[in-house]
Design a protein around this ligand. Sequence first.
Ligand code: 5AD
Length: 351
Amino acid sequence: MEKEINISKEGLIKSLEAKGTDQEELHKKAAEVRDKNLSKNVYFRGIIEFSNVCQNDCLYCGIRKSNKKLKRYSMTKQEILDSVEFCNKANYGSIVLQSGESQTKQFTDFVTDIIKTIKKKYPNIGITLCVGEQKKEIYKKFFEAGAHRYLLRIETSNEEHYNKLHPKDMSFKNRRQCLIDLKDIGFQVGTGVMIGSPFQTIENLAEDLLFFKENDIDMVGMGPYIPCDETPLKNPNHNPEKNLNLGLNMIATLRLMMPDINIASTTALQALNPIGRELGLKAGANVIMPIVTPTKYRENYQLYQDKPCINESSEDCMHCITRRIRSVNLNPAFGGWGDSKHFFKRVKDGS
Ligand code: 5AD
């Protein structure tokens, strides 16, 4: 098979820096690779941001523990089930349960119970979890309860860089171990990084792409870093335009490297450009995550400044996203789980 991309570090950097017609070519090629290896289907993951309570103090994140200005919330079981019912009616096929991080038994029992309840009531809905670092036995409980995909962003694949973005009590090694544990248990595993985060170099981004490949990741969700007022990290060199282009080039380059994985066109892209998510799809992404969190909670789940959709209802988001997918001549794949094709190949190959 013809090699789609030179995956030396230099080759990747060249691809990440593509501009003008080179960039257009790159995105076009990536979209073709997606269409050929997957299809023109774009799968939905209705995202329920069910709690902003977080034990971590990540230096970039708006819901960090030290942000005392934030009103904390945790949705009730019934509120979560109502949001799932919305996804069921909208025929989204899959949901993502996302929250701040907590390792208390009360929290992990709550999550396990909610997964079981959802699976019982809606066996046809696929469940992705995004509730941070947990012990392996807890991941196992989540899996046995019926969640089958897990997202845990590594944030950066460079340990030194990781340490600059996180407090001392968080460790790169632990996060990496979590990804290994998740894979070992049988989850479809997703990870990702922030693009344009403080202290990041273009070499770091090229290494991030190689990290996804070397770790045989099934799904990737990565988005541009956006500064947040209530955090200690300011990025004096923050350049939204540059970050957007880097974000899109990361998607396109990754698609050429890993043709059969799922790649999300993330909400953060839309924070930088009104049609950011469409551009992500045009650059080779095949998953989109409409927000289903009740509107009253949305303003308190701002991981970064100017997060889109915070005044919208789940209904608004459904219509808006469907229109966005169609506007770039792709097919909103209602009803399907849209599991990672890469995962099935990986399992078959025994890796
Ligand atoms: N800008 C962009 N993305 C952010 N996240 C957290 N804070 C920010 C920010 N300021 C992302 C992290 C996390 C995900 C849930 O949100 O990558 O893993």
